[in-house]
Design a protein around this ligand. Structure first.
Ligand SMILES: [Zn+2]
Length: 407
C-alpha cells in the first residue's frame, strides 16, 4: 500500500550505533525498530548514518541568501527568508536561528518583520525557524571584540527598542548576544531572562566583574567563544578565561577549521564538557562554489575549497564562516577525537535544549521527523549529507542516490 504521508528511513543511529528503520507518519516519528542481526559487521565506510536534523543557533545567510540584506523592500526580504530556509534545510540543518546583526533601528526592525511574515506565510519556514538570534547592537565598540559589526550602530541596551523589535518579530527573538560591560546590561539581561529569552555574552571586552554580574543576572551562554575578540590579550585575567571558568555559561564555537586552532577547541571541549555546542555562524556565501565574490560590505572575498572565506586584499582576515553545521560536526570530531555521537549531540540535542525547544534535536517516537542521513569519513573529518527530511518530507540535498523510496 502506498501512503504519501509515510516515509521510511534506514541507517545506523549516530547516538547508539544501532541499525534502525524509522517510520515517519504525518510528519512525526511513528516507529523505530532495530534491524541489526547478531554478529553484524561494525560500521564501514559505506555505512549510512542517521541522526536528528541539525539545529544551528547562528546563521546569517546561506546559499547566496542573506538575512541582513540592505536596500530591499519587504517583499524581497520575505522571499529571501523563504529561500534561505530551503537552502539551509538542504545542507542538513532542519531548525535554525536566523541571526539579525547590529544595524539601524529600522533595518533591524525590517529583518525581524521579514522573518515573522515569512513564518506566517510559509509552513516550512515556520517549522524551520527555531527563533531569531539577535546579535548586537548592544555589543562592544572596540576593534576586535566588535568583529564585523558596524561601529556607528553599536549602542547601549535599550528595553523599549528591543521590545519594538520583539513585537515586529511576533515574539520570535529567543536568543540575544550582548556585551555585559555596556551600561544597563545587567538589568537588561534580567528582563530578557524573565521574558524567557536566552541572554548570551559575546562581542565583549568585559572585565571579570561584568561577566560575573551578567551570569548573576541570568546570562547562560557565550557566543562563538574565542572569536569576536582582541587579536592580543593580557595573559590573565581576561574575558575568555572568565567565561571558560564559569560553569553556568554554555558556549558555542565556530568549528570550521579556520576560526579556532584545534588546541583551543580541545581546551574548550575539556572545560565546558556537555555545555559546549556547535554553530556555523554561516554568512550568505556559505554553500556556494569556491571562487572570488564581491560583497556589499567590503570588497572582494575568496572562498576556498576548504571552506575558508577571506579578504582578497588581506588573506589573513577571515570574512565570516562559509560552512554548514554538518561540516562543523565532522571537523569537531576530527579535531578532538570525540565520538561521532558527541559531535552530533553538540549540533542537535544541546542547542535545542539550550533554547528550550521541545520536539527537535532527538530521535524519539512522537517527535518531529526531522532527520538527516550521511556518510562519515572519520579520518578526513568529513560528514557527507545524503538525505534531509523535514517533518518526514525529503528536502535535500540534490544528490539522492541513497534514499529509501517512499512506500
Ligand atoms: Zn559574531
Amino acid at each position: 500500500m502506498t501512503d504519501p504521508n509515510t516515509t521510511i528511513i534506514e541507517g545506523r543511529r549516530a547516538d547508539t550505533g544501532r541499525r534502525i528503520r524509522l517510520v515517519a507518519n504525518g510528519g512525526f516519528v511513528a516507529l523505530m525498530e532495530e534491524t541489526e542481526s547478531p554478529g553484524q559487521a561494525a560500521a564501514g565506510p559505506d555505512e549510512l548514518w542517521i541522526a536528528p536534523g541539525f539545529v544551528d543557533l547562528q546563521i546569517n545567510g546561506y546559499g547566496g541568501e542573506d538575512i541582513n540584506l540592505t536596500g530591499a523592500d519587504m517583499h524581497q526580504r520575505v522571499e529571501t527568508v523563504k529561500r534561505l530556509v530551503r537552502a539551509v534545510l538542504a545542507s542538513g540543518t532542519t531548525s535554525f536561528c536566523p541571526t539579525v546583526i547590529t544595524a539601524s533601528f529600522e533595518q533591524m526592525k525590517d529583518c525581524m518583520t521579514a522573518v515573522r511574515l515569512a513564518c506566517e506565510q510559509d509552513e516550512l519556514t515556520a517549522s524551520a525557524v527555531a527563533g531569531i538570534h539577535m546579535e548586537g547592537p548592544y555589543i562592544s565598540g572596540e576593534n576586535g571584540p566588535r568583529g564585523a559589526h558596524p561601529a556607528e550602530h553599536v549602542r547601549d541596551p535599550d528595553w523599549a527598542e528591543f521590545s519594538a523589535w520583539q513585537e515586529a518579530s511576533g515574539d520570535r527573538i529567543r536568543l540575544v548576544t550582548l556585551a555585559p560591560e555596556r551600561p544597563g546590561a545587567a538589568e537588561f539581561i534580567r528582563k530578557l531572562t524573565e521574558a524567557g529569552v536566552v541572554a548570551s555574552i559575546g562581542h565583549t571586552a568585559a572585565d571579570h566583574d561584568h561577566i560575573a554580574a551578567a551570569v548573576e543576572a541570568g546570562a547562560r551562554m557565550s557566543t562563538h567563544l574565542g572569536n569576536g575578540a582582541h587579536p592580543q590579550l593580557p595573559r590573565h585575567p581576561h574575558y575568555i578565561w572568565s567565561q571558560l571558568a564559569e560553569d553556568r555559561l554554555a558556549a558555542s564555537v565556530i568549528c570550521d577549521g579556520h576560526h579556532l586552532h584545534f588546541s583551543v577547541v580541545n581546551v574548550m571541549h575539556k572545560v565546558k564538557g556537555e555545555t559546549l555546542l556547535l554553530v556555523s555562524d554561516a554568512v550568505h556565501l556559505a554553500g556556494l562554489p569556491p571562487g572570488t565574490y564581491r560583497t556589499h560590505v567590503g570588497g572582494e572575498v575568496e572562498l576556498l575549497p576548504s571552506g575558508r572565506l577571506h579578504m582578497v586584499d588581506n588573506p589573513n582576515l577571515l570574512a565570516g564562516s562559509a560552512v554548514s553545521l554538518a561540516d562543523c560536526v565532522g571537523r569537531f570530531a576530527q579535531m578532538t577525537g570525540s565520538p561521532l555521537a558527541t559531535a552530533v549531540a553538540m549540533a542537535t540535542d544541546r542547542p535545542a535544549r539550550l533554547l528550550g525547544c521541545a520536539g527537535i534535536g532527538t530521535l524519539e517516537i512522537g517527535q518531529a521527523a526531522d532527520v538527516v542521513t550521511f556518510r562519515w569519513n572519520a579520518e578526513a573529518g568529513k560528514l557527507d549529507v545524503q538525505a534531509v527530511y523535514k517533518r518526514g518530507r525529503l528536502v535535500g540535498p540534490e544528490r539522492r542516490g541513497e534514499i529509501v523510496p517512499r512506500t
